[in-house]
Design a protein around this ligand. Structure first.
Ligand SMILES: [Zn+2]
Length: 166
């Protein structure tokens, strides 16, 4: 009885939302969020071009994923690079243990960097909500800082070891 009433009120809310969507699109240009087709004047609740179901909602530019993805990609690239380098060096060292300490230090450094980069990936992914509290401009600033920081750190370490090896 109660669930039937709830079902009926959900149905009413759904048709109300469909009506509001039609009314909004009767007056406004809007791009389909999936394919970009202009859905102004839409009569059904799905995109005529790509058939994606559409709904009217409240959104925020803070949720645009560009800067967030750039931050993740920056750390993921570093984790991948450091992970591969430390694995290859570890195999080389096991196959032919060198008498000097520098190769061991290089492997240790790359392993540390790989783990730290991976930890940063996990942190950025898990802090998605807190990330979205920043304005888009600040998000881009953070993302570029992550990218620049990763490259600068790797360049400095590369130069330091190159100088040490000579
Ligand atoms: Zn579409």
């Amino acid at each position: 009885m109660e669930s039937a009433a709830r079902g009926r009120s959900n149905g009413t809310a759904d048709s109300e939302r469909a009506r509001m969507l039609r009314e909004f699109l009767a007056l406004n240009d809007a791009a389909c969020p999936v394919c970009g087709y202009n859905v102004r004047g839409l009569v059904h609740q799905s995109c005529p071009e790509c058939n994606a179901p559409l709904s009217l909602g409240v959104t925020s530019e803070n949720l645009s994923i560009g800067p967030w993805v750039l931050a993740i990609v920056s750390f993921a690239m570093a984790a991948g690079f450091d992970g591969v380098v430390s694995t290859v060096l570890t195999i080389l060292i096991i196959a032919n243990p060198p008498p000097i300490w520098i190769p061991y230090a290089v492997v240790g450094m790359f392993m540390t960097l790989a783990i730290a980069s991976l930890a940063c990936v996990v942190r950025v992914v898990r802090k998605r909500k807190r990330w979205a509290f920043q304005t888009r401009r600040i998000q881009w600033r953070w993302a570029l800082l992550c990218l620049g920081g990763v490259f600068t750190l790797h360049a400095c370490i590369g130069i330091a070891f190159a100088l040490l090896a000579n």
